[in-house]
Design a protein around this ligand. Structure first.
Ligand SMILES: [Zn+2]
Length: 86
Protein backbone atom coordinates (compact mmCIF):
# COMPACT_ATOMS: atom_id res chain seq x y z
CA UNK A 1 0.00 0.00 0.00
CA UNK A 2 1.24 3.42 -0.87
CA UNK A 3 2.01 6.08 1.64
CA UNK A 4 0.00 9.07 0.59
CA UNK A 5 0.87 12.67 1.11
CA UNK A 6 -0.38 15.97 -0.23
CA UNK A 7 -3.88 14.76 -0.98
CA UNK A 8 -5.83 17.37 -2.88
CA UNK A 9 -9.53 16.76 -3.25
CA UNK A 10 -11.70 18.68 -5.65
CA UNK A 11 -15.24 18.12 -6.79
CA UNK A 12 -15.63 18.14 -10.52
CA UNK A 13 -18.94 17.99 -12.31
CA UNK A 14 -18.73 15.88 -15.44
CA UNK A 15 -21.31 15.68 -18.16
CA UNK A 16 -21.63 12.48 -20.15
CA UNK A 17 -23.16 11.65 -23.46
CA UNK A 18 -23.72 8.13 -24.77
CA UNK A 19 -22.84 7.66 -28.42
CA UNK A 20 -25.01 4.59 -28.57
CA UNK A 21 -28.39 5.73 -27.21
CA UNK A 22 -27.82 9.51 -26.87
CA UNK A 23 -28.53 9.52 -23.15
CA UNK A 24 -27.10 12.54 -21.39
CA UNK A 25 -26.36 12.75 -17.71
CA UNK A 26 -24.17 14.56 -15.24
CA UNK A 27 -22.34 13.48 -12.17
CA UNK A 28 -20.22 15.20 -9.57
CA UNK A 29 -17.04 13.25 -8.97
CA UNK A 30 -14.52 13.77 -6.21
CA UNK A 31 -11.07 13.88 -7.75
CA UNK A 32 -8.36 12.93 -5.30
CA UNK A 33 -4.86 13.91 -6.37
CA UNK A 34 -2.02 12.63 -4.26
CA UNK A 35 1.68 11.91 -4.36
CA UNK A 36 3.34 8.83 -3.04
CA UNK A 37 6.69 8.79 -1.22
CA UNK A 38 8.70 9.05 -4.43
CA UNK A 39 6.69 12.05 -5.61
CA UNK A 40 4.76 10.21 -8.26
CA UNK A 41 1.33 11.73 -8.71
CA UNK A 42 -1.68 9.52 -8.96
CA UNK A 43 -5.36 10.24 -9.16
CA UNK A 44 -8.32 8.37 -7.76
CA UNK A 45 -12.01 9.10 -8.07
CA UNK A 46 -14.96 8.76 -5.74
CA UNK A 47 -18.67 9.45 -5.85
CA UNK A 48 -20.37 10.22 -2.56
CA UNK A 49 -17.35 8.84 -0.72
CA UNK A 50 -17.24 5.55 -2.61
CA UNK A 51 -14.32 4.79 -4.93
CA UNK A 52 -15.33 4.63 -8.55
CA UNK A 53 -13.83 4.26 -11.98
CA UNK A 54 -12.38 7.21 -13.84
CA UNK A 55 -15.00 9.26 -15.72
CA UNK A 56 -13.45 8.12 -19.00
CA UNK A 57 -14.27 4.51 -18.11
CA UNK A 58 -17.92 5.05 -17.30
CA UNK A 59 -20.69 2.90 -18.72
CA UNK A 60 -23.99 4.36 -19.85
CA UNK A 61 -26.65 3.97 -17.11
CA UNK A 62 -29.30 3.50 -19.77
CA UNK A 63 -27.86 0.95 -22.20
CA UNK A 64 -24.69 -0.14 -20.41
CA UNK A 65 -22.55 0.80 -23.38
CA UNK A 66 -18.99 2.02 -23.00
CA UNK A 67 -19.02 4.37 -25.97
CA UNK A 68 -19.49 7.30 -23.64
CA UNK A 69 -18.22 10.74 -24.42
CA UNK A 70 -17.11 12.80 -21.42
CA UNK A 71 -17.71 16.50 -21.80
CA UNK A 72 -15.15 18.77 -20.16
CA UNK A 73 -15.68 18.86 -16.42
CA UNK A 74 -15.44 21.92 -14.30
CA UNK A 75 -14.53 22.38 -10.68
CA UNK A 76 -17.66 23.06 -8.66
CA UNK A 77 -15.59 24.90 -6.06
CA UNK A 78 -15.59 27.91 -8.37
CA UNK A 79 -19.37 28.06 -8.18
CA UNK A 80 -19.41 27.83 -4.40
CA UNK A 81 -16.73 30.49 -3.97
CA UNK A 82 -18.74 33.25 -5.57
CA UNK A 83 -17.83 35.88 -3.01
CA UNK A 84 -16.87 38.49 -5.55
CA UNK A 85 -18.19 41.42 -3.60
CA UNK A 86 -15.47 44.00 -4.17
ZN1 LIG B 1 -26.43 4.47 -23.76
Amino acid sequence: MRTVRDVDVSEVRYEFWCRRCSTEWAETVEVHRARDVVGEEFVTYAVRGLPCAAPEGRACPSCGGYRVRVLPGHDTAHEVASGDGS
